[in-house]
Design a protein around this ligand. Structure first.
Ligand SMILES: NC(=O)c1ccc[n+]([C@@H]2O[C@H](COP(=O)([O-])OP(=O)(O)OC[C@H]3O[C@@H](n4cnc5c(N)ncnc54)[C@H](OP(=O)(O)O)[C@@H]3O)[C@@H](O)[C@H]2O)c1
Length: 187
């Protein structure tokens, strides 16, 4: 029998973290003003959403490869992966689906944010000089917020540090990358 709570929770997490981020970017881009150093978008993600993570990745290599291939990446493809997962949650088959095994819905929502960051970086690259937008994502670490029931070991200020750094990077036109503690990490 369908566990309504599980489905509602998965839908809410994916809607908020992935579709919410995507809709916000789409709403904001036309409002971003051209600037010499380029406008910046920083998506808050998580290492739990790594494509290549050894312990918490999509186990199905074919599905993983589709999302890894930057040239083939599309919004439809990312949406389709989210919809396939939600469909499996609905019919109860998701546990055999080879999805990330820790915080599965949350991890997938962040994996979608990461891949969408890469996709948008590719799209923004064709914007003319002076109207560039640089987009990156980062993991804040385990931060003392409501999400961790205040049990994280990083202060809110330190958790925000890499985001602020990425937003203000002068003369470094880095885009489509994933960061943690001011360092680039693998997707
Ligand atoms: N804390 C960590 O250790 C950690 C680790 C990795 C990544 N992150 C990421 O960091 C970001 C911030 O998390 P946090 O730790 O600050 O979590 P948090 O303390 O739980 O705060 C989450 C914020 O998101 C808002 N929110 C939730 N659902 C929303 C919705 N549907 N529409 C609009 N706003 C909504 C909440 O608003 P209300 O207060 O009004 O409910 C709250 O302000 C998240 O993207 C999280 O995934 C956090």
């Amino acid at each position: 029998m369908l566990d309504q709570t599980t489905l509602e929770k998965a839908e809410q997490i994916i809607q908020t973290n992935y579709f919410g981020t995507k809709n916000m970017i789409k709403a904001m881009v036309p409002l971003m003003r051209p600037s010499e150093p380029g406008a910046r978008i920083v998506n808050v993600s998580s290492k739990l959403g790594r494509l290549s993570g050894r312990r918490n990745r999509i186990e199905n290599a074919e599905e993983r490869k589709k999302l890894e291939n930057e040239e083939l990446l599309s919004e439809e493809l990312i949406d389709e992966v989210m919809e396939t997962f939600l469909k499996e949650v609905k019919d109860g088959s998701w546990k055999e689906g080879g999805w990330p095994n820790v915080f599965t819905d949350y991890s997938l929502s962040k994996l979608a944010v990461n891949t969408y960051t890469r996709l948008m970086a590719r799209e923004f690259a064709s914007r003319p000089e002076g109207q560039k937008i640089y987009i990156n994502c980062y993991c804040p670490g385990w931060v003392r917020t409501a999400m961790t029931s205040w049990a994280g070991h990083i202060s809110i200020e330190d958790g925000a540090d890499t985001a602020v750094w990425l937003a203000l990077l002068p003369d470094q036109f880095v885009t489509g990358k994933f960061f943690s503690e001011r360092r680039e990490i693998n997707f």
